[in-house]
Design a protein. Structure first.
Length: 480
């Protein structure tokens, strides 16, 4: 039976969700508030407007997680990828687009689709119950009345308006000859082991040089519309450093309650702590390291921390306006709001980040809605695929509680952080990959082979999922 599915927001996610719904034979009603009401960043009334860069990032499906996501979306009939491919501009290994041509192609395809109706106007407050199934894809700049409606329904802590992000590091790039596992005072907390943090020690000279680098480092200024710059618990690390040379070692870098097992007699001057960030244990965030340093400066300065000299960052730190849900707590595995299952969420408001990721979650929200309309349950996507890894991050892969944070430690008000797709979200390989001769590889050769094995596994599992078969047994083993 044909159903009508309302979609609030005609951005990257809403447009893709509407396309999936319409192509499956159901009716999609898109409610887009522009041009009746604008946002601080959008300039046009086009659907799927790109508000900043015109790049969809790497298009390499064998060596890059976002390139793999492109490939998966193409194979699932994505309108966003079709319009991007048709409006490509030269950009080396990246997929960049003519932004006007791209948005016009998406708008045209939806306006011409017989199953799509486009309504221009703000949905003020929660969508009315009589609409039935609805996908909310209103993005990082969700209009305030709707944001308030969501908060009233889910609780004040459930919707963030700022993204205060500390850098996140791939666990396998941390030098374990320097760092060690230990929670402060070995406290196990309610769900920890007493050894839940990775600790990187600094002596006095290293600490003084680090503080000086933070103070001198190049920073990004706040854009006018971003409103109140700092709020409790999210002070950027460089702002703390500017308050005095000792501030950090009495704050997030305090060296108390920790003993370096390699040098128990020596007291560190300061210690950087990293806390597990995903259930797989492949990603660690730098505790209390929210920052407005430029990305290049973050990489340069944070790699001076002992143990992080070769750190690979899954994402760098930042502080900007972003409306997003505490999704692991609020959404079920098919992106429905547990408190009101007729509402499904998609796009950046769910806690993914980036044009491609937002569209990808829109694609899956559309498919989940279609399956529900048909009375079917859509088989969960294997987490070994880029789409599945992203959904798992949003709906459950993330660590939501902080079992062993000691008093006074930089406790984030909530720990779920928006994320681009990256290989740290994928279940690790059961064994380190070997080349054709059976030799174990090292360095860049090993990294390249590992990515190829991960992406081959993803392609096989997506093909099996699409064919309706169970994916290959991918039960994650301990990190290699
Ligand atoms: C300033 C800025 C710069 C960015 N730069 C980049 C970048 O360079 N690269 C990148 O990959 N990502 C970037 N992002 C992130 C990017 O916005 C998102 O990744 C992507 O656009 C999110 O897609 P979405 O569909 O979730 O939201 P959007 O694309 O923002 O779409 C949401 C839509 O909902 C509409 N809407 C909101 N509230 C209502 C309402 N109540 N009723 C009806 N309609 C409503 C809005 O008008 C908008 O059209 C940036 C974000 C911002 C804010």
């Amino acid at each position: 039976m044909t159903q009508t599915i309302h979609i609030v927001g005609g951005g990257l996610a809403g447009s893709e969700a509407a396309w999936q719904v319409a192509e499956a034979g159901h009716r999609a009603v898109i409610h887009e508030m522009r041009p009746v009401r604008g946002t601080e960043a959008h300039q046009t009334d086009s659907l799927a407007e790109l508000v900043c860069s015109n790049s969809f990032r790497s298009d390499d499906p064998e060596g890059n997680a976002v390139g793999l996501l492109h490939q998966e979306m193409r194979s699932l009939g994505s309108l966003i990828m079709r319009a991007a491919d048709a409006n490509q501009v030269p950009a080396g290994g990246a997929l960049a687009v003519d932004r006007e041509g791209f948005a016009a192609a998406v708008t045209r395809a939806l306006e011409r689709h017989p199953n799509v109706t486009l309504v221009r106007g703000e949905v003020a407050g929660l969508p009315p119950e009589e609409w039935g199934p609805c996908i909310v894809a209103t993005g990082p700049l969700t209009a305030p009345t709707l944001a308030e409606g969501i908060r009233d329904l889910t609780g004040a802590e459930s919707l963030a308006f700022f993204d205060a992000i500390a850098p996140i590091v791939h666990r396998d790039s941390i030098d374990m000859d320097v760092a060690w596992f230990q929670s402060r005072y070995d406290k196990p907390g309610p769900g920890g082991s007493g050894a839940d943090y990775l600790n990187c020690p600094m002596d006095r000279a290293q600490y003084d040089a680090f503080v000086a680098a933070l103070v001198a480092g190049e920073k990004i200024g706040f854009k006018q519309w971003e409103g109140t710059p700092y709020f409790d618990g999210c002070l950027p690390i460089e702002v703390m450093a500017e308050r005095g040379p000792e501030t950090l070692r009495h704050g997030p870098m305090k060296p108390v309650g920790l003993t370096n097992p390699r040098d128990p007699q020596v007291k560190a001057c300061a210690i950087v702590q990293l806390r597990q960030d995903n259930a797989l244990g492949t990603l660690y965030n730098m505790v209390g390291f929210q920052t407005k340093l430029t990305y290049a400066e973050q990489v340069r300065i944070f790699r001076t921390i002992p143990g992080l000299e070769r750190a690979e960052f899954a994402r760098l730190g930042g502080l900007h306006r972003n409306t997003y849900l505490d999704s692991p707590r609020l959404l079920d595995a098919t992106l429905r709001l547990k408190a009101r299952p007729a509402l499904r969420f998609a796009g950046q408001i769910t806690g993914c980040e980036g044009y491609v990721e937002s569209a990808a979650i829109g694609l899956m929200a559309g498919r989940f809605a279609v399956a529900e309309a048909a009375g079917d349950a859509l088989e969960p996507l294997p987490q070994t695929t880029a789409l599945g890894a992203l959904i798992a991050h949003i709906t459950g892969g993330h660590i939501t509680s902080d079992p062993s944070a000691a008093d006074g430690e930089a406790k984030a008000p909530r720990s779920f952080q928006p994320m681009n797709v990256n290989f740290g979200l994928f279940p690790p390989l059961a064994q380190a990959p070997r080349n054709e001769t059976g030799r174990r590889l090292r360095g860049p050769e090993k990294a390249a082979l590992k990515k190829r094995v991960l992406t081959d596994r993803a392609r096989a599992d997506l093909a099996a999922w699409m064919a309706g078969a169970q994916p290959a047994d991918w039960r994650p083993a301990a990190a290699e």
